[in-house]
Design a protein around this ligand. Sequence first.
Ligand code: A3P
Length: 335
Amino acid sequence: MDDKTASKNISSEGDKVMEELIQTLPQEKDWVGSTLYQYQGFWYSLVPAKAVISFQNHFKAHDTDIFLITAPKSGTTWLKALIFSVVNRKQFPHTQSPLLATSPHDLVPIIEFSIYSENQTLDLGNGNFPSPRIFATHTPYGTLPSSILKSNCRIVYLCRNPLDQFISDWHFIVNNFPRKEDFKPFSIEEGFDRFCKGIHAFGPFWEHVLGYWKMSLEHPEKVLFLKYEDLKKDITSNLMKLADFLGYRFSEEEIRQGVVEEISKLCSFETLKTVEVNMTGERPDGLKNSAFFRNGKVGDWVNFISPLMADRMKQLSEEKLGDSGLKFDLLDKME
Ligand code: A3P
């Protein structure tokens, strides 16, 4: 048997083991009727379920790696642009940034839909990823590969208040993914009910957020915990904090020259939304790049969620977040 045939056999054996494992997992339906699988307490559709398991089993972290971690629709696209720009600013001044012609999703690949979506045993150490490697993932803390926890790599976690995150995710899924035949459409109230019960892609929301919140308190040198709303309120100081944390501090000279403001502007919703590739391009699976740019506002939930639903979320959040020290400001503003 030649090497190629041998590795093909190993990989099809791996596929078989993966399929068998997947079929043992608890199942539910998402908002458009696709199957969700529960792995280690969190729900995933098929491709990310397999990818997360492969990631957990095969990924070898480098001390210089940067992980950008979010629950979906928390501002991943924005954070990809910000981290890429901070790390590569010497090579690409803002007027020559690849972000002006390339989707942030092509500059910072995501574990679940890019890196491990097809190839379960991918070798990432083959020079395809210049150092520092920057990866995005939605994987919950408890499922991260052990080598990430053991290495000195950095994690930036970005979260968003649950009401806006739900509304963003609802629009993203319902408007961009076809409903399965014979699946009776969910109303937004039903979708919200499932969200509150934690049955949605990469849910439950609170467990996702709390896993990284606790890790950021225990290991502040390893995990930087950010909120979408804080970035919206004050991008300048948060961008400086991000650069410091990653070991790419802005010099006095750069600050004087306005580099922080230039990067903030380049990565803003208003700029990125109007970049040609983000308006007209597509992901390899056909999803439009424009689907990642809806309206980028804080508090848009008030346009879709009744006071009764919001009150349920408020109570649930208080219950779940308890005395963790984590709070979402918008929920306070409801009173
Ligand atoms: P809305 O649906 O509320 O508009 P993700 O990148 O994690 O998929 O999250 C997408 C959400 O972030 C969407 O929210 C999108 O509009 C918003 N977004 C995308 N790019 C942004 C940017 N540069 N600044 C702020 N928000 C952005």
